[in-house]
Design a protein around this ligand. Structure first.
Ligand SMILES: Nc1ncnc2c1ncn2[C@@H]1O[C@H](COS(=O)(=O)NC(=O)C[C@H](N)c2ccccc2)[C@@H](O)[C@H]1O
Length: 524
């Protein structure tokens, strides 16, 4: 079970730090494994008093903190499915998630339920001392399915530990259900990569609503290391971000590529002074190579790991960035699935692709696959499909919607999503191709290409770039069109090219393509 897996270190090394919280410059609070274990026990005792059956949902609204970790572990102990949201989650989205999951309890690290979030659920608040019930849940009608035996109490490995709501390309949020067994299987696969050890301090920079934070918590606690939650407000300022890493003694820094953008642009020297950083793990989207080279220059000794995967299996592969980064390298590999899992490439004809340089859709065999989308069997069936190689096996694989091809050694290279292949004037265009060409220009440090519906209903290409400090944005915009036309066919040259001081990002830290699309429509 998830809680046993993550608190094992509390038995073997109770005095070691489990969570190191940053309270302000030069002030940190260390919570030991023993203290964390005791906090889980106190929270679980209070929640047990609510008499909720196994499988009930608990919306957990908090930043990552010792309390939040204890709260999710207490829910896991009682077989309650936690649904993490964070201050970054807009009230409207929380209302949607509450309406969809009909939670028994709203558990927050702050003041209690958010304004405007109504329902028959109970409300509780957790803090350093314990968990306080502010409003008891409406009494639960005995589950009609089994009126005789009463509510379920025993937690099984197949019970749903958590549910993460992803925006999903269709726009309607989907609840990804992850069982205890799936999560602990993933954690075991991740531990074989030996990313951190008991003396490490893992800085986590993702909001609790994003399963990257759950990967970080699992990576740290399952390794007997400490979790270092980086306050979200400190991520916006390079010096403040680096100050948190220094004051907490962070040795591993995990996050999406965008967390490094401003640090690499304005404070590379300060980053280089942080000798304590031994490792960086990133995921979620391509790391622009110019920025990755800058990161490698600043942290020549650090192990850089490219982690690929989807929330439906937490992640799938961990691939070390080549050291040194060959100058002619134009894309990073996402390597091979972690031990216990396998990434298959399947062509449009359903054939398994094993030869190099042929594009296919990644299908993942794994013990860590999600149990389905909450109350959405149709979309579940479209995603958890029969094994394409051996349909009769009864095995299901995750159809990722990601395109990739194999290198000479069989390693995979990500080539965008099936829905990021666009047709421009009848020609197939892979947006990543346009972005990679833009990033080859010496003045460009980040680039995103979009396909937009033009006024005449035609699909048009637009691109947004960030230019290196000190470079003129206007002349770069002019230069770029020729630079692209020199290497790409005409239909792949964006009609609109805009330089921005920074690329907008979503709450999870990924480039916010919807926000960029607004920019062009608003454009004069
Ligand atoms: N390393 C990559 N290069 C390039 N494209 C990528 C990469 N990692 C994902 N992606 C993309 O992001 C999609 C998944 O998006 S997601 O469901 O929101 N999940 C995530 O982004 C985070 C994921 N659950 C995770 C959490 C913790 C560690 C690793 C991965 C993938 O299908 C890929 O398209």
């Amino acid at each position: 079970m998830l809680h046993e897996f993550l608190l094992a270190a509390a038995r073997t090394a109770p005095h070691r730090p489990a969570v190191v919280e940053f309270l302000g410059d030069d002030r940190t609070r260390v919570v030991s494994y023993r203290e964390l274990d005791a906090l889980v026990g106190r929270y679980a005792e209070t929640l047990r008093g609510l008499d909720l059956p196994v499988g009930e949902r608990v919306v957990l609204d908090s930043d990552t903190s010792a309390g939040a970790i204890a709260a999710l572990l207490a829910c896991a102990t009682l077989g309650l499915t936690f649904v993490p949201v964070s201050p970054e989650t807009p009230d409207q989205r929380v209302r949607t998630i509450v309406a969809a999951t009909e939670p028994a309890l709203y558990l927050s690290g702050g003041e209690g339920a958010r304004p405007g979030v109504e329902g028959g659920f109970g409300v509780a608040r957790f803090g350093p001392e314990g968990c306080e019930i502010l409003r008891r849940p409406a009494s639960h009608p005995e589950s009609p399915a089994r009126p005789s035996q009463g509510p379920r109490r025993e937690v099984a490995d197949t019970d749903i530990a958590y549910m993460i709501f992803t925006s999903g390309t269709t726009g309607r949020p989907k609840g990804v259900m992850m069982s205890h067994r799936a999560v602990t299987s993933f954690y075991r696969g991740m531990l074989t990569q030996r990313i951190v050890g008991p003396h490490d301090r893992v800085a986590t920079t993702s909001p609790l609503q994003f399963d990257f934070s759950l990967l970080d918590i699992g990576l740290a606690l399952a390794s007997g290391a400490a979790v270092v939650p980086v306050p979200r407000a400190r991520l916006r300022w390079p010096r403040r971000f680096l100050r948190v890493l220094r004051d907490t003694g962070a040795s591993q820094v995990n996050g999406v590529p965008s967390i490094w953008r401003q640090v690499l642009r304005f404070e590379p020297e300060r980053l280089a002074q942080l000798r304590s950083i031994r490792g960086v793990l990133f995921c979620g989207e391509d790391f622009p190579l110019p920025e990755l080279r800058a990161l490698r220059r600043a942290l020549p000794e650090a192990r850089l790991v490219n982690c690929y995967g989807a929330t439906e299996s937490m992640a799938a592969s961990f691939t070390d960035v080549p050291d040194p980064l060959p100058p002619e390298l134009t894309r990073l590999s996402i390597g091979f699935a972690h031990p216990g899992a396998e990434m298959l490439l399947v062509g449009e004809d359903g054939r398994l692709i094993e030869e190099p340089d042929v594009l296919g859709e990644i299908h993942l065999r794994s013990p860590a696959l999600f149990s389905g989308y909450w109350r959405d069997p149709a979309t579940t069936d479209a995603t958890l499909v029969p094994d394409p190689v051996d349909p009769g096996s009864g095995r299901r694989v995750l159809r990722t919607g990601d395109l990739a091809y194999r290198g000479e050694g069989g390693e995979l290279y990500f080539r965008g999503r099936t829905d990021s292949q666009v047709q421009i004037r009848g020609n197939r265009v892979e947006l990543g191709e346009v972005e990679r060409r833009l990033l080859e220009h010496p003045a460009i440090t980040a680039a995103t290409a979009l396909a937009l519906r033009g006024p005449d209903g035609e699909t048009e290409l637009a691109a947004f770039v960030v230019v290196a400090p000190g470079v003129g944005e206007r002349e770069t915009e002019v230069e770029l069109t020729d630079f692209l036309a020199a290497a790409l066919p005409g239909y792949m040259v964006p009609g609109e090219l805009r330089a921005l001081p920074a690329l907008p990002v979503t709450a999870n830290g990924k480039v916010d393509r919807a926000a960029l699309a607004q920019l062009t429509e608003a454009a004069p």
